[in-house]
Ligand binder design. Structure first.
Ligand SMILES: Cc1cc2nc3c(=O)[nH]c(=O)nc-3n(C[C@H](O)[C@H](O)[C@H](O)COP(=O)(O)OP(=O)(O)OC[C@H]3O[C@@H](n4cnc5c(N)ncnc54)[C@H](O)[C@@H]3O)c2cc1C
Ligand SMILES: NC(=O)c1ccc[n+]([C@@H]2O[C@H](COP(=O)([O-])OP(=O)(O)OC[C@H]3O[C@@H](n4cnc5c(N)ncnc54)[C@H](O)[C@@H]3O)[C@@H](O)[C@H]2O)c1
Length: 485
């Protein structure tokens, strides 16, 4: 082993969060090594958000075309998976090749190493037979991998995770989906709309169990209308594969069969692989705990899914911005620049950039009160902040307001496909919203106003006396506000 190579920053894992941090720090003039053992960009562009939303776009076009019947004449819709699979291969993933993403990073001045990075001491990372020592810090953005339940018979069968489902060039005749969470519901609806016989097997009492019960009902009803069979409260006991199909046996003698089995039962961080013990950090945690500046320990930061603060691309990006600013602030301080303003040119280079990027206004602290999330089923389920139950569990003096979209003018006009609602959760003592759900044809877009309301703690009295355009879906927010009680 040769002497470690001295660099400014080492980023382990160049997924959504890591790539953003590494790229921006390299652009700022720091000497950055970025390490990834998979594809630069991570899960989101290759097996997650982007290709799944391309599938959803296509499946929604199929569903909307079918709605011509009864609304606008007749339409004979014959879905074909070929253009969807082609688009994912050619436009989204370049056939799962990250050449462009690597170049994006190296063009910014970063140094890329393909391999598995592991901490071997404070500021030190080994990858293969190379070792790097970081002057300013190490950032860990290694994401998560599918959490596969230890079910009898499952290991060794050719089950799918999200990766095989996204890569599918041809669709099976039937599909069992283990897990009725975000991935399970989004992909089940897509495949059903393309003619696959889909059965969702969910362990808990309802699908999308982290959201409001009303959201679970809307999502389940929509999927059932697309022909998906949804079973909840299913305790899977055993999985078998006979070469041509799967059999899943569950409690009470239930038995389900399908040509393919998709296992989407959550995700898991793999902290044991990171060498955390060499820097005094507990590798037995479920996720890598961070403070509100994304710091794990001295000069060690983490970003994205591995932090357990919400497995969403927008969280990884939000955290990345904090890491970049905090790290550059540290660089500035190490260079003895007392204040961000005015002194940049005196020290030049990266420190100059640090003063600009991480400087005036200070380093923002992470605040997840108004964490938005959207499950892209049709109708979409958008949510922000606390659910009613979470608010009650925190001892908040809760008021709830509800409005069904089908009772709104726009919902009535929309007619077919108008399932959804607005639900508001208010803190009656403070007179502000602490959470909201917006389910509907454009539920994720309608959500934006509610995110502002929760984030900025806009008084309910002000929200009530705003003007809501007629006849929009978001006008149902006003109805729900008037229902608060
Ligand atoms: C099917 C699906 C759909 C999704 N849809 C959405 C959506 O619509 N909206 C949304 O906000 N989020 C969505 N997500 C979640 C989103 O993809 C993740 O939140 C996001 O990718 C997290 O980014 P990350 O940087 O934390 O990790 P990842 O994207 O997982 O990247 C981690 C990277 O680290 C690398 N790595 C791991 N260990 C090491 C190591 N030891 N050394 C070197 N490299 C390593 C991996 O190869 C990978 O490239 C979806 C996820 C899935 C699976
Ligand atoms: N639109 C989006 O933003 C989007 C889309 C997809 C994924 N994601 C992210 O990816 C994460 C992972 O998605 P996911 O759907 O894998 O996880 P999830 O945690 O959302 O859902 C997993 C589901 O599987 C169920 N389950 C667990 N073990 C089971 C078992 N043995 N049998 C039957 N059911 C079982 C759980 O009760 C849960 O309902 C999400 O939490 C989300 O943060 C986001």
């Amino acid at each position: 082993m040769t002497e470690p190579q001295q660099v400014d920053v080492i980023v382990v894992g160049l997924g959504v969060g890591g790539e953003e941090v590494a790229g921006r720090l390299a652009e700022a003039g720091l000497d950055v090594v970025g390490i990834d053992n998979g594809l630069v960009g991570g899960e989101c562009p290759y097996w997650g958000c982007i290709p799944s939303k391309m599938m959803i776009r296509a499946a929604n076009a199929v569903a909307e075309a079918r709605r011509v019947n009864g609304l606008a004449g007749t339409a004979d819709v014959r879905p074909d998976w070929t253009p969807v699979a082609r688009r994912i291969r050619e436009e989204a993933t370049a056939d799962w090749d990250d050449t462009v993403a690597v170049k994006r990073f190296t063009d910014k001045g970063g140094h890329f190493v393909r391999g598995t990075g592991r901490l071997v001491g404070p500021g030190r990372v080994r990858v293969g037979d190379q070792e790097f020592q970081a002057r300013h810090g190490v950032v860990v953005g290694v994401g998560t991998r599918p959490s596969i339940p230890p079910l009898d018979g499952l290991a060794g069968t050719p089950y799918w995770t999200n990766r095989e489902a996204i890569e599918a060039a041809e669709l099976p005749g039937s599909l069992l989906v283990l897990g009725g969470g975000a991935i399970g519901l989004e992909l089940s609806q897509v495949f059903a709309r393309f003619g696959v016989r889909v059965t969702v097997l969910e362990r808990s009492g309802r699908v999308l169990a982290v959201e409001e019960p009303e959201a679970s009902e809307v999502a389940a009803a929509a999927l059932r209308a697309d022909g998906v069979e949804i079973r909840t409260g299913v305790a899977v006991e055993r999985v078998d594969h006979d070469g041509s199909g799967f059999t899943v046996r569950a409690g009470g003698g239930a038995r389900f069969t399908g040509e393919r089995l998709l296992v989407v039962t959550g995700r898991r961080a793999h902290l044991d692989e990171l060498g955390l013990d060499t820097v005094g950090v507990d590798a037995g945690q479920r996720y890598l705990a961070v403070d509100d500046r994304m710091r794990v320990a001295g000069r060690l930061w983490a970003v994205g899914d591995v932090t357990g603060e919400g497995a969403f691309t927008h969280i990884a990006m939000y955290q990345a911005d904090i890491v970049v600013r905090d790290l550059l602030d540290q660089v500035r301080r190490a260079a003895g620049v007392p204040d961000a303003s005015g002194t940049a040119s005196a020290v030049g280079g990266a420190v100059g950039a640090a003063s600009t990027v991480g400087g005036t206004g200070g380093v923002p602290r992470a605040d997840y009160r108004a964490l938005p999330r959207v499950t892209f089923t049709d109708p979409e389920i958008g949510a922000v902040g606390l659910t009613e139950q979470q608010a009650r569990d925190r001892g908040i003096n809760v008021q709830v307001g509800y409005a069904a979209l089908s009772s709104s003018t726009r919902g009535w006009i929309h007619q077919v496909g108008d399932g959804g609602f607005i639900k508001l959760v208010a803190d009656a003592d403070r007179g502000v919203l602490v959470g909201a759900t917006s389910a509907g044809p454009a539920g994720g877009e309608v959500l934006s106003g509610l995110v502002v309301a929760v984030h900025a703690a806009v008084p309910v009295s002000q929200l009530r006396h705003m003007i809501y355009a007629y006849p929009t879906f978001h006008r149902a927010i006003q109805t729900a506000l008037n229902d608060l009680g």
